[in-house]
Write a protein that binds this ligand. Structure first.
Ligand code: ATP
Length: 495
């Protein structure tokens, strides 16, 4: 344990009060115990068991003060204790004696609880998720086994990739489970490790590792956006870094509902060859622990899993809550905006939004995203492509359908409505026990009331906003052209 270790340093230098904020209390205990031993302090680690928390917390401090030799006491669940005036008062009054005796109190907190009375005395240390170097030892030991086989470097890399984002304790347990009855792990265990991480992260509710992501071939249109993403892919390489190119940061997709923004955000991961992590901002407020802690942990997991695509769906909805919500909500979104500007290399953020009136101006500031794209209603050619994609997805050859006719008949429909029309036509054909025909789809189209007819004003505003602030995701036709689309001839509706 080197001298630059902030935990060991503080303990060795006889700081009387440390507050270790961690999502992994058992690992923190281990690290604190190691540091105490190296710094020559004896350890008091009371188990609180069924004793009421305040009684147990105060008991731990009193027990420390009785020691004649230098001791360190670990006090768990401190995020609750720091809210209790009796505990805080006892600790405040005892600090002088604790320091005089050369003792140290280490609080373990699941999240950082503000405590004005102790803020001058308390040193808060955030124990983040382990780095690759810290995970490597565990991974190599599991791969080489008791026989100490030489490590297969490729396998170590794959295993590390699967382990990133786990705490040390989580990884230790997962490796132990996978090794049950066997000497060492092999490549077949990598998928199981990924699955375990997926479950652990999903359990938190705020993040979700996607097991499957669509590809760019699943998306009709958005050609400009697709080629832009191709350039970003190259910019991710080591060569690009050596050339002095900054690491890609991400993109914001703004546009009409159901036109494939989320689909594209997901496909970004496939295209960049990175794992996809979904970040549900609205869930920050629905869990038991403090939203600050949820955010801190989610961002730490994203950072630890880098390189990764972090998909933030409907960012506008979350910010709508932030402007009307409490101080806590405003603070959380302030933290998130700062993180967006400063986030670590290797986290590519793909965010989507429908409503621009909810987006704070800070979000649009340069540096938060590499680019903002506007995703409009599909034009006639793109509609043909989307019909082709969904017909193929149903297991049929699109060449056997009159896609041009379908494209012309479906003016004003979104991609989601086109998908729905194909699904509807399929169900009719299935009921009538015959093959799917172009006419079935045409009929389904004629029965669809386009979303934009109800939300015409909203779509107009969106386009107006995008004209000045975003690039069009579609190819070779500027936004202005999209506003009066000659190829959609015959449409009465004009934005
Ligand atoms: P929302 O803002 O409501 O979330 P969105 O713009 O994110 O909408 P998606 O959720 O990506 O739209 O689209 C819904 C579904 O519609 C997709 O899963 C896909 O099946 C279909 N779809 C939409 N646009 C396209 C497209 N351009 N190509 C192929 N399919 C599409």
């Amino acid at each position: 344990m080197d001298r630059s270790n902030p935990l060991y340093n503080r303990i060795a230098a006889r700081y009387p009060l440390l507050d270790v904020v961690t999502a992994d209390a058992s690992d923190a205990r281990r690290l604190v115990a190691d540091s105490a031993q190296r710094a020559g302090l004896k350890l008091l680690a009371p188990r609180f068991g069924t004793t009421p928390l305040i009684e147990a917390g105060c008991g731990a401090i009193t027990a420390l003060l009785k020691q004649t030799e230098r001791h360190l006491v670990i006090v768990p669940a401190a995020q609750h204790l720091l809210a209790d005036p009796v505990f805080v008062q006892l600790l405040t009054e005892s600090l002088r004696d604790i320091e005089r005796g050369g003792h140290c109190v280490v609080l373990l907190s699941a999240w950082r609880r503000p405590c004005q009375q102790l803020d001058r005395e308390r040193v808060v240390l955030e124990l983040g998720l382990p780095s690759d170097a810290e995970l490597r030892d565990l991974v190599v030991a599991a791969l080489t086994g008791d026989a100490g086989l030489p490590p297969d470097l490729e396998l170590v890399q794959q295993c590390l990739q699967a382990a990133r984002g786990m705490t040390r304790s989580q990884l230790r347990r997962a490796l132990r489970r996978l090794r049950l009855g066997r000497d060492h792990l092999d490549e077949e265990d990598i998928a199981a490790l990924h699955a375990e991480k997926r479950d652990l992260i999903a359990h938190g509710g705020v993040l979700e590792v996607a097991a499957w992501a669509p590809t760019l071939e699943d998306i009709g249109g958005m050609d400009t956006l697709k080629s832009w993403l191709g350039r970003r892919r190259r910019a991710l390489s080591e060569d690009a870094r050596a050339f002095g190119l900054p690491a890609p940061r991400g993109l914001l997709l703004v546009g009409v509902q159901g036109c494939g923004k989320s689909l594209f955000a997901k496909a970004t991961a496939q295209s960049l060859g990175l794992p996809l992590l979904r970040f549900d901002l609205s869930r920050l407020f629905t869990r038991e622990s403090a939203p600050e802690e949820n955010l801190r942990h989610a961002l730490a997991v994203a950072g630890a899993m880098a390189p990764v695509v972090l998909w933030v769906d409907e960012i506008d909805k979350a910010f709508a809550g932030a402007t009307t919500g409490s101080d806590v909500t405003a603070r959380i979104f302030g933290t998130f905006l700062t993180w967006l500007a400063e986030h670590p290399d290797g986290v590519f953020v793909a965010a989507t939004a429908n409503r621009v009136d909810h987006l704070p101006p800070e979000l649009m500031r340069k540096g938060r995203f590499d680019e903002t794209f506007f995703v409009d209603l599909p034009d006639v050619q793109v509609r043909e492509e989307i019909f082709g994609i969904h017909i193929r997805r149903s297991g049929r050859d699109p060449a056997r359908f009159d896609l041009e006719r379908l494209g012309r008949a479906s003016a004003k429909l979104t991609g989601a409505e086109i998908e729905q029309a194909v699904a509807e036509a399929l169900s009719v054909a299935f009921d009538e026990q015959r093959g799917l025909l172009t006419e079935d789809i045409e009929r389904a189209i004629s029965e669809t009331v386009p979303f934009v007819e109800t939300y015409e004003e909203q779509v107009k505003e969106l386009r107006e906003w995008a004209r000045r602030r975003a690039r069009s995701a579609g190819q070779d036709r500027s936004l202005r052209d999209l506003f009066v689309d000659a190829r959609d001839g015959g449409e009465s509706w004009r934005p």
